[in-house]
Design a protein around this ligand. Structure first.
Ligand SMILES: Nc1ncnc2c1ncn2[C@@H]1O[C@H](COP(=O)(O)OP(=O)(O)OP(=O)(O)O)[C@@H](O)[C@H]1O
Ligand SMILES: [Mg+2]
Length: 282
């Protein structure tokens, strides 16, 4: 005999969070407040991205469509979806809110700055007064890809990273040691005086690849530090696909040494926005 009460209870707990980013779409399933599955896809338009990714997470995990209580969508593409997806109640969550909720959930911390490195970069404050948009920069993963495509020319992220591993920054960047024999304030001779300000004729593709990644993460790192200092926080939680970059993490750890602000990289940080959408009560 089918126990309707129990069955309905089971059907009520599954929420799907969808983050339609500028480049990739992330989908997570949330059951009883726990993240149970995560997938990433890429599609050219928002509707295909959202419906395709939703279908994928259901099919691959043998989830029945009527088990989904609601869908929460967010990200740049969310505004393109104005109706319920497949008749399931579909709500839109503000992206700033989603990153804030997801960042706190994954890091287990609050009173933090969250720097989401996606195609571009957004900086969020999550403190006693709630979640707010601190600011951001168009410098992000898209900047690395765009510059690499023209300057190297290489289009795949993996290949850019491989090449950058072979690079030397002193071929590209003007370092403080190149222009002065004394240290300036807290800056050593190894500090950057000007990104791409040297650009020797002997610079290789590897040097340029490293110079691009270094510049992007230095800009993001310093902006994050200024945000943290302005609001008296000691930590910056780094999220988005850009949080997974090993060279970027090294650049940020050099910034920690200079400024004393710690960067934290939660596991599954590329799913932060989708998780935050799914966990949002709105
Ligand atoms: N290892 C990596 N390091 C840095 N960037 C990366 C890495 N892998 C992919 N990217 C870049 O990350 C970007 C996509 O990241 P993400 O999925 O977080 O962004 P998005 O949500 O699509 O964009 P946004 O949040 O800005 O709307 C792309 O520009 C991609 O090139
Ligand atoms: Mg994003």
């Amino acid at each position: 005999m089918r126990v309707i009460g129990e069955s309905r209870l089971q059907e009520k707990v599954l929420i799907i969070g969808i983050d339609i980013g500028s480049t990739t779409t992330k989908v997570v399933s949330i059951e009883d407040g726990k993240v149970t599955r995560m997938i990433k896809t890429k599609a050219s338009d928002a509707v295909t991205a959202a419906t395709g990714a939703f279908g994928k997470i259901l099919l691959e995990n043998n989830i029945k469509i009527n088990a989904v209580e609601r869908i929460a969508i967010t990200g740049a593409g969310a505004s393109k979806i104005n109706n319920d997806i497949f008749g399931i109640p579909t709500g839109r969550v503000n992206e700033i809110e989603a990153i804030g909720i997801g960042g706190m959930f994954l890091s287990g911390m609050n009173n933090i700055i969250i720097t989401n490195i996606g195609t571009g970069t957004v900086i969020i404050e999550s403190g006693d007064n709630g979640i707010s948009h601190f600011g951001g920069s168009g410098v992000g993963g898209g900047t690395i890809l765009g510059l690499a495509k023209k300057l190297l020319p290489i289009a795949e992220f993996h290949d850019i990273m491989k090449l950058a591993m072979t690079g030397k920054l002193n071929q590209i960047d003007l370092l403080l040691g190149d222009i002065t024999d004394t240290s300036i304030s807290f800056l050593s001779g190894e500090s950057t005086a000007s990104n791409f300000g040297k650009m020797l004729d002997t610079a290789t593709s590897g040097d340029i690849a490293l110079g691009i990644i270094n510049m992007v993460y230095q800009v993001i790192g310093v902006l994050s530090v200024f945000a943290a200092r302005a609001r008296n926080y000691e930590r910056v939680i780094v999220t988005g696909n850009g949080s997974k970059n090993p060279i970027g993490q090294k650049v940020l750890s050099a910034i920690t040494e200079m400024y004393g602000i710690e960067f934290v990289y939660p596991e599954y940080a590329e799913y932060t926005t989708a998780i935050g959408a799914g966990l949002s009560k709105k």
